[in-house]
Design a binder for this molecule. Structure first.
Ligand code: HEC
Length: 153
């Protein structure tokens, strides 16, 4: 049993390494920044809807992007080699994100974000504006929760 588990862990790790080697570190940085920027645009759309004319379809579409970004495995784009600027390409990630002693914290803030983002998509589908407002606030709080720990200002 132990052997099977070990083999499984090894093969999934090997798979992860292999999948990541196909992408250059500078591309990973660009992808993750694009992902966060695109998600931010969609959060902004939800905010505008909550403050102005509420369009249910637009809010659902935007919330689905936020959830999909959370579910995309964006964490894979923080592979070794992406800790610092590469030439002119700047990254605002803090070194702590890559340090084992901060792994529990990273799991916590990333887990919070995933949970709330998926809940946002679920609540958006109901069209209940008051509930969406509450869940939007919770989701935004999880962005900040990670940024405070792992993103430079
Ligand atoms: C688990 C951690 C984490 C979560 C959750 C998170 N972010 Fe970030 N975010 C980062 C890190 C790290 C960077 C810096 C990336 C870099 O520069 O390489 C970043 C960068 C950004 C950027 C700048 C992108 C750029 O072009 O440089 C924006 C905008 C952003 N995040 C918005 C959001 C929003 C909105 C949410 C929530 C809906 C969110 N983030 C959730 C960690 C997180």
């Amino acid at each position: 049993m132990k052997k099977i588990v070990a083999a499984f862990v090894l093969s999934s790790l090997a798979g992860a390494v292999f999948a990541q080697q196909a992408i250059k570190p500078e591309t990973m940085i660009k992808y993750r920044q694009s992902g966060y920027s695109f998600m931010s645009w969609n959060m902004g759309k939800i905010k505008a809807n909550l403050e102005g004319n509420f369009n249910k379809e637009q809010v659902i579409a935007a919330a689905n992007v936020v959830a999909a970004t959370a579910n995309s495995g964006i964490g894979m784009l923080f592979a070794p080699g992406t800790e610092k600027d590469i030439g002119d390409l700047k990254t605002r990630v803090k070194p702590e994100l890559f340090q084992p002693q901060h792994l529990d914290k990273l799991k916590e803030v990333a887990g919070n974000f995933n949970r709330e983002a998926n809940e946002l998509a679920r609540v958006a589908a109901t069209g209940d504006v008051a509930a969406i407002k509450v869940q939007f606030g919770k989701t935004g709080g999880t962005c900040k929760g990670c940024h405070d720990e792992f993103k430079k200002d």
